[in-house]
Design a protein around this ligand. Structure first.
Ligand code: OAD
Length: 236
């Protein structure tokens, strides 16, 4: 039994998502059985040193991630967020996901903490969009440098603007709903505490216990695509 929520009872709602949000779309999670990091060593595919050693290998890996994402479609849980955003002016998404699934579902006001599979950047000429299944350019057309996926890899710093934007929404929301994150990666793992300390009601949706599940007022053990429509059934 899932007790439904009235979104209009809250001034600002933040959905905070991890790989589990995309799992029912068919995108692999990172940890757990079948997770990406059980098949690939991040040291070889997801850090700046790996890119400098072998850019083609790292780009091939990310191209596979693109192909996988394009085969997948947003699910009912993503659509709940789109519907809520049409009814409520202050619904934000802070995501650790790089797959762009929120945007494909029509979600707006999405803060991408870990960057995006669909952007590349040149050290000299900056960030450019590249939405194709295979990279349009692997080297910068202006200077010939390798183009790096615009993703926050292991050992990278987060983008300060995204972090500031996330902190602001966390500090001003009164409903915080975390969906599908194992909460092992910082600073994201600390986000429920920030929201809670600022007075937000904190709810977790995850079929498995996460690292910080004790921080939530309410934990719903279930899948995003099934729980979200039921949680907001009364409003939509
Ligand atoms: P993980 O793969 O660590 O965790 C996925 C979580 O989703 C687990 O807690 C699962 O129990 C849960 N889950 C699985 N299916 C679900 C479903 N249908 N509905 C809801 N939850 C479900 O992924 P993250 O916590 O997102 O970094 O990982 C954080 C970061 O570590 C990622 O952003 C990635 C990775 O290294 C980058 O790509 C930069």
């Amino acid at each position: 039994m899932i007790e439904p929520l009235d979104p209009m009872a809250f001034k600002k709602i933040v959905f905070f998502t991890g790989a589990g949000m995309s799992a029912e779309s068919g995108v692999h999670t990172f940890r757990g059985a079948g997770g990406i990091w059980s098949q690939y060593r991040w040291q070889e595919y997801a850090c700046q040193q790996a890119f400098e050693r072998d850019p083609q290998k790292v780009l091939d890996f990310h191209e596979l991630r693109r192909k996988e994402a394009l085969r997948c479609q947003p699910h009912a849980g993503h659509r709940v967020i789109t519907d809520l955003q049409q009814r409520h002016s202050a619904v934000f998404v802070i995501t650790q996901n790089i797959d762009g699934m929120h945007q494909r579902a029509g979600n707006k006001q999405v803060i991408e903490l870990h960057g995006s599979l669909w952007r590349v950047r040149c050290r000299i000429h900056g960030v450019r969009l590249d939405m194709a299944e295979t990279y349009t350019h692997r080297r910068c057309p202006d200077c010939g440098q390798w183009l790096r996926p615009d993703i926050v890899w292991f050992e990278d710093m987060l983008d300060e603007e995204e972090v500031q934007a996330a902190q602001y929404e966390l500090g001003t929301c009164d409903l915080f709903i975390s969906i599908g994150t194992s909460a092992v990666v910082w600073p994201a793992a600390g986000y429920p505490l920030i929201a809670r300390n600022n007075g937000a009601l904190c709810i977790e949706i995850n079929p498995e216990p996460s690292e910080n599940c004790e921080l939530y007022h309410r934990t719903i053990r279930g899948k995003a695509g099934e729980v979200l429509p039921r949680l907001f059934a009364a409003a939509l």
